[in-house]
Design a protein around this ligand. Structure first.
Ligand SMILES: Nc1ncnc2c1ncn2[C@@H]1O[C@H](COP(=O)(O)OP(=O)(O)OP(=O)(O)O)[C@@H](O)[C@H]1O
Length: 372
């Protein structure tokens, strides 16, 4: 492994198609043994980046290093088969005419220990009794386990996973993604996942990079992306929430219609600046003694908790998540207060009245009327 403990480095990476740049100035460092993820809306360049790392696409700027070695630069591209990078695709891509065990052995046919390796991998993916079956005799989830075992067989330095769970639904998807994380962690395999599903990104990865239009917005832990987004786009793309307009009093306090909110971070904007304050549903707590009241205008039962949409006296709307035993009816005026340790604010965007409130998407896209 490279001395600095970094297995994959993208340094000012730029790439695209036919002279049209899709990804620009992308910087990512993945630590050995970590699982990273590229997350972003459709067309933002996730798959293009993955294909460039795998060696299927040339790059126009910067470099890609694997384990310290430059594997792609504008001048040189190491062929994919020499990169020691494994891939798992959305559509499994198994060889239909080969049995499960032959699929797994495909990349290690010269290895004298291949029988043992295949058996160990079959056990690892919980398919020990399926070695002689053919891909069409397996479910989607089982085929994806075989694809994972096949990709891991040559002991790659890095595993790339391109939307690996998107053909599976619901519960299976959740279960398999957490199993895959366990397997990769157990083996210490470094991996980079591509997905547009935030829950998947969060449940599988140590670090997530949010991309927009081929540019990295933030590379961070799931916790920080949620609680400390550094751009309005990340705030909007990750999780739920609303912005309310406020006025910065001191670097870490802001006056809003919900009172003075104090955070854990100092902002460099001048005192008195108009700001947009991000409030997540879990930043609002129920407090029957509070003079601040919100009227329940919508509620969604989530099982352990209920998500309420509350209208404030000014007409602003917020979302709040309360434990489901605290049951409120539509029209109830519920006492609330803000309990936000993480004060996330951005310089105010657009000309909104001080007490107006906008759902996040509207702040980003004035044409949109949908809330998130
Ligand atoms: N082979 C290609 N030739 C030309 N343009 C391409 C090619 N593949 C992708 N693109 C374009 O590059 C941009 C980024 O595509 P890419 O597949 O990397 O996005 P993505 O983030 O993976 O999207 P999705 O989540 O929909 O898979 C898109 O505008 C797409 O149309």
């Amino acid at each position: 492994m490279a001395d600095n403990g970094i297995i994959l480095e993208l340094n000012r990476l730029g790439c695209g198609y036919d002279g049209h740049k899709v990804v620009s100035d992308l910087n990512i460092h993945l630590r050995a043994g970590d699982i990273g993820c590229l997350l972003g809306p459709s067309g933002c360049g996730k798959t293009t980046t993955l294909r460039a790392i795998a060696g299927f696409e040339p790059i126009s700027d910067g470099e890609i290093r694997l384990d310290g070695e430059v594997i792609s630069s504008p001048a040189r591209r190491l062929p994919p088969e020499q990169r020691r990078i494994g891939m798992v695709f959305q559509d499994y891509a198994l060889f239909p005419h080969l049995s499960v065990q032959d699929n797994i052995a495909f990349g290690i046919h010269r290895d004298p220990a291949r029988k043992r390796v295949v058996q160990e991998l079959l056990e690892m993916v919980k398919l020990s009794h399926f070695g002689k079956r053919y891909p069409h005799e397996l479910s989607g989830g089982q085929q994806q386990r075989v694809a994972l075992a096949r990709a891991l067989a040559p002991d790659p330095k890095l595993l790339l996973l391109d939307e690996p769970f998107s053909n599976l639904d619901g519960e299976l998807r959740r279960r398999l993604s957490s199993e895959v994380r366990d397997i990769l962690k157990q083996r210490g395999t470094s991996a980079l996942l591509v997905t547009h599903d935030q829950n998947e990104a969060f449940s599988v990865s140590d670090h997530v990079g949010v991309l927009k239009d081929g540019r990295l917005q933030q590379w961070d832990t799931p916790y920080n992306l949620y609680h400390e987004p550094i751009t309005p786009f990340v705030a909007s793309f990750i999780g739920q929430g609303y912005f309310i307009r406020g006025q910065l009093l001191t670097p870490d306090t802001v006056q809003t219609e919900l009172g003075i909110i104090r955070g854990n971070r100092a902002y460099q904007l001048p005192a008195g600046s108009a700001v947009d304050v991000l409030l997540r549903p879990d930043d609002i707590v129920g407090d029957e003694d509070s003079t601040l009241r919100g009227t329940v205008v919508a509620k969604t039962f989530l099982g352990a908790a209920t998500l309420y949409r509350l209208q404030l006296p000014t007409g602003s709307v917020l979302e709040a998540i309360f434990p489901s035993h605290a049951d409120h009816a539509l029209g109830d005026a519920v006492g609330i207060r803000v309990a936000a340790d993480h004060l996330v604010i951005f310089a105010a965007q657009g000309s909104v009245n001080v007490h107006a409130q906008l759902p996040l998407e509207q702040v980003l896209d004035p044409g949109s009327t949908d809330s998130i």
